[in-house]
Design a protein around this ligand. Structure first.
Ligand SMILES: C[S@@+](CC[C@H](N)C(=O)[O-])C[C@H]1O[C@@H](n2cnc3c(N)ncnc32)[C@H](O)[C@@H]1O
Length: 329
């Protein structure tokens, strides 16, 4: 569901507590963004009119209010990504510090077409704050969303490691002669956040939809979406564009990630490793994992096949352990 409303009032009216899995939000930057085109001499003839900025004075309170709503509507263990420039980053950090949300990463998004300046360095990055609502250890993070552990990058290193570094070099999209919003986020950037931090059918919310870029990618990737945009011109135009998006249509464009190789498969199990597996099983069980999910997690962690973990878990003496009995045996 999408609403042409102020997101703070709208969230209070329409979004229940603990109802969305992932929030991706790119709030107005509070730097006169509605007038910047004149300053930077950009051609904005295809940009939709009516972008709503927030004044510098209002920014701290505005930020406090929308982040409070974001915290409320996020499910426990849900994730939030906030895109911000440098000028008002401190207000976003202050507001986050006033919540129970826990910081996971401060990501730097390096883009092309930085704002040219001759007497200082050229500004060519944004900040992305990735936070999670407690309990954090159950947050969705699909470690192998893009690369299996064993895949190599061009430089010979691990492709998975490289993809999960906290500096992302992703170009903005060049859209000559197309209707657009100011500051549209690229599909590649949104795909990255959505695939790492959500699963199919999860609800992805954007409190500042702009061109509905988050919603389009979320639905394209088979998620559900909701959000707010206060600018009626952008809202009306993009609601029509949304009708062209089919749920899951982007999934077939994704590269198939090979199954992770099980590096310890076939090697004899030591007593110590068996003990580790039993302890970890108990640990995950206490966290509320099902037997199947626990075994899959342990299989990945230990580099062992599903059935070798199942065998240990099913062993008679462990079966009688009180904690194990409460599971799905
Ligand atoms: C930085 S842009 C978002 C761009 C968007 N991520 C995209 O890719 O197109 C911020 C958007 O928030 C909208 N906005 C400003 N104040 C708002 C509010 N209180 N509630 C909802 N939307 C608001 C602006 O009109 C603008 O479209």
């Amino acid at each position: 569901m999408f609403y042409n409303e102020d997101c703070i009032l709208g969230a209070k009216k329409y979004l229940k507590d603990n109802s969305v899995d992932l929030i991706i939000s790119d709030p107005p930057y509070g730097i006169g963004g509605d007038k910047l085109d004149k300053h930077y001499n950009r051609d904005e003839s295809n940009v939709i009119d009516g972008y709503v900025e927030v004044t510098e004075n209002e920014y701290p309170e505005f930020t406090m209010q929308w982040i409070k709503e974001a915290e409320r509507v996020l499910k426990p263990s849900g994730s939030i990504y906030i895109v911000s420039g440098y000028s008002n980053l401190r207000h976003i950090l202050n507001a986050l510090a006033n919540t129970k949300l826990q910081g996971k990463n401060h990501i730097i998004w390096k883009y092309n077409f930085g704002v040219y300046t001759s007497k200082k360095y050229i500004s060519s990055h944004y900040h992305i704050l990735y936070y999670v609502k407690p309990p954090c250890n159950q947050a969705t993070f699909n470690t192998n969303a893009f690369f299996a552990d064993s895949e190599k990058a061009e430089n010979g290193g691990s492709a998975n490691y490289l993809d999960r570094e906290d500096v992302w070099i992703i170009n903005r999209e060049y859209k000559p002669n197309q209707i657009k919003n100011k500051n549209e986020l690229p599909k590649t950037l949104l795909t990255k956040m959505i695939l790492y931090s959500s699963n199919p059918n999860d609800i992805v919310c954007d409190l500042f939809l702009g061109s509905f870029s988050t919603a389009k990618v979320a639905i394209g990737l088979g998620r559900k979406s909701c959000g707010f945009e206060i600018n009626k011109n952008a809202f009306d135009y993009q609601m029509q564009e949304m009708e062209k998006i089919k749920s899951g249509e982007m999934l077939s464009e994704l590269r198939q990630v090979p199954e992770n190789k099980l590096i310890n498969k076939g090697k004899p199990l030591s007593k110590e490793e068996i003990e580790i597996i039993k302890n970890k099983f108990t640990h995950y069980f206490r966290k509320g994992y099902t037997k199947k999910r626990t075994i899959e997690t342990l299989s990945k962690e230990q580099g062992r096949g599903y059935f070798s973990i199942l065998n240990i878990v099913d062993k008679q003496e462990f079966k009688h352990n009180k904690i194990a009995e409460r599971s799905l045996f």
